[in-house]
Write a protein that binds this ligand. Structure first.
Ligand code: CP
Ligand code: NVA
Length: 308
């Protein structure tokens, strides 16, 4: 079995590891107050290290936050779309993994198929980080939990509501609920339910309903995401099915007093969330986007063996 520290599936990682990463992100972020984005952390755990980033899908936050984060760790990055690589002409994932392992110290991949990231990791001799697949988005959820804790205190024992599609981000929240021991109340149309394996993994911590009002009851934080994810081909049907799942001020008012709103972005204003909520005082989305940097730095620091 590989001793490499891959960050691909939250459900495969120990709760202590995930807590160590999250605590390091809190500390690392606090220690940079007033610094510019290019300044290097005192311990520079990425010094002398290179991170390759491969994208099969579009990205704004993942691309720039990993670049900023690696710079702040004292390392550097190299970025490519998969279609610009020989991967796009049929070179195998296995051979690509073997080659890149000789050239960089870690690889972050955003892939269409989750299994491709797992296969890459199997043949890589450097750590591999999941930058989003059809099944999950673990870096996003670590940033979300960092954001939650900054505004609402430790997440253990608290309640988060997920409104909308049971997609990759929702599935990762389910995995996280079981690891960090928080309650996750999901409202989604039955035909767009989350992955059943993830539901089984989070069974003790997750409830499901098709009623958004029921899902936000008692929740300290309400979360939504696009109704049409990258790779979804049934956009029209989705817009119809999710019509009743928009997060607006009226729905936010039914959550716990002081409840906040999160969204991984990009948002489709006027679909899954209104402008009022996204731009309003309950929205944490800009902190959440920035926290991609801080959470991923600690993920990389763990991959490099600098923490944990
Ligand atoms: N939230 C997120 O992953 O954003 P990007 O698709 O812009 O990377
Ligand atoms: N669920 C969305 C998240 C984008 C960051 C998607 O996969 O497209």
């Amino acid at each position: 079995m590989s001793q490499l520290r891959h960050f691909i599936d939250l459900w495969k990682l120990e709760p202590e590891v995930l807590r160590t990463i999250l605590d390091d992100a809190h500390t690392r972020k606090a220690s940079r107050k007033g610094w510019t984005t290019g300044m290097v952390d005192h311990d520079a755990p990425g010094k002398g290290r290179r991170l390759a980033m491969i994208f099969e899908k579009h990205s704004t936050r993942t691309r720039f936050s990993f670049d900023a984060g690696m710079t702040q760790l004292g390392g550097s990055t190299l970025i490519s779309t998969a279609s610009d690589m020989q991967l796009g002409r049929g070179e195998t994932i296995e051979d690509t993994a073997r080659v890149l392992s000789r050239m960089v110290d870690a690889v972050m991949i955003r892939a269409n198929n989750h299994e491709d990231v797992q296969r890459f990791a199997q043949y890589s001799s450097v750590p591999v980080v999941n930058g989003l697949t059809d099944k999950s988005h673990p870096c996003q959820i670590m940033a979300d939990l960092l954001t939650f804790e900054e505004h609402l205190g430790r997440v253990e024992g608290q309640t988060i509501a997920w409104i909308g599609d049971g997609n990759n981000v929702c599935s990762t929240f389910i995995q996280a609920a079981a690891k960090f021991r928080f309650k996750l109340q999901i409202a989604c149309p039955p035909q767009y339910h989350p992955d059943i394996h993830d539901l089984a993994r989070g069974a003790e911590w997750v409830t499901m309903t098709d009623d958004p009002v029921a899902a936000v009851a008692g929740a300290q934080c309400v979360v939504s995401d696009t109704w049409v994810s990258m790779g979804d081909t049934d956009g029209e049907a989705r817009l119809d099915a999710f019509e009743a799942y928009q997060v607006d001020d009226a729905l936010m008012d039914k959550a716990a007093p002081g409840a906040k709103f999160m969204h991984c972005l990009p948002a489709h204003r006027g679909e899954e969330v209104t402008d009022e909520v996204l731009d309003g005082p309950r929205s944490l989305v800009w902190d959440e986007a920035e926290n991609r940097i801080h959470a991923q730095k600690s993920i990389l620091a763990w991959c490099f063996g600098a923490i944990g």
